[in-house]
Ligand binder design. Structure first.
Ligand code: ADP
Ligand code: S3P
Ligand code: MG
Length: 178
């Protein structure tokens, strides 16, 4: 179990563009550290009772963003420590970033665009990447150029296995909560 020094962050929050490995790494980290991994997209799907593409198609992105912010606030307010895999757009609201920094150790995962494209190609669960995936990724990466820079810890996952990424974060976490 995780123990906490006074004032130490309660949660680990993973941010980053789609395909940087947030969901995958959160599960590996949870095993390693011995606490719960929560994937915000899965939590949103559970709450609304529909999958992410249906929520985008039927309710629109603005609705999804509202639920996303509510879910984030609820998770961060929990007394139980968790590893929170955010969705790539959760950082688009400044208030979300402020909350993450207040309640968690925020880690941004990055990867070279070609690697992101290879990792997400053919995945139908990301509504913002349907169509020409290369064009969509490059456009959104440009729009979000500075969106992940607020995280104090940045890890380039381009040449790292997901397990190696989890190892790096676990090491940092142990040093933080000691
Ligand atoms: N470090 C990594 N190296 C190579 N592939 C990875 C890595 N991390 C994740 N992946 C793969 O990339 C895809 C997207 O990973 P995912 O965890 O869903 O990313 P995110 O939650 O950031 O969108 C998955 O197929 C996953 O297995
Ligand atoms: O970047 C985004 O705006 C989104 C990222 C997705 O999560 P992943 O980053 O886990 O793919 C998911 O929340 C939704 O499709 C929107
Ligand atoms: Mg994910």
């Amino acid at each position: 179990m995780m123990t906490h020094a006074f004032g130490a962050p309660r949660h680990i929050v993973l941010v980053g563009f789609m395909g940087t490995g947030k969901s995958t790494v959160s599960r590996l980290l949870a095993e390693q550290i011995g606490c719960l991994a929560v994937d915000m997209d899965a939590e949103i799907e559970r709450r609304i009772g529909r999958d992410i593409p249906s929520i985008f198609a039927q309710e629109g992105e603005a609705f999804f963003r509202r639920v996303e912010s509510e879910v984030l606030a609820a998770l961060l307010a929990s007394e139980d420590s968790s590893i929170i895999a955010t969705g790539g757009g959760a950082v688009l609201a400044q208030s979300n970033c402020d909350l993450m920094l207040k309640q968690g150790m925020v880690v941004a995962l990055t990867a070279q665009p070609e690697h992101i494209i290879a990792r997400v190609r053919g995945d139908e669960n990301r509504p913002l990447l349907q169509g020409d995936v290369e064009e969509r990724v490059n456009k959104l990466l440009a729009d979000r150029k500075h969106a992940y820079a607020f995280a104090p810890l940045q890890i380039d996952t381009t040449a790292l296995e997901a397990q190696a990424v989890a190892d790096l974060i676990a090491e940092q976490w142990k040093a933080t909560v000691r």
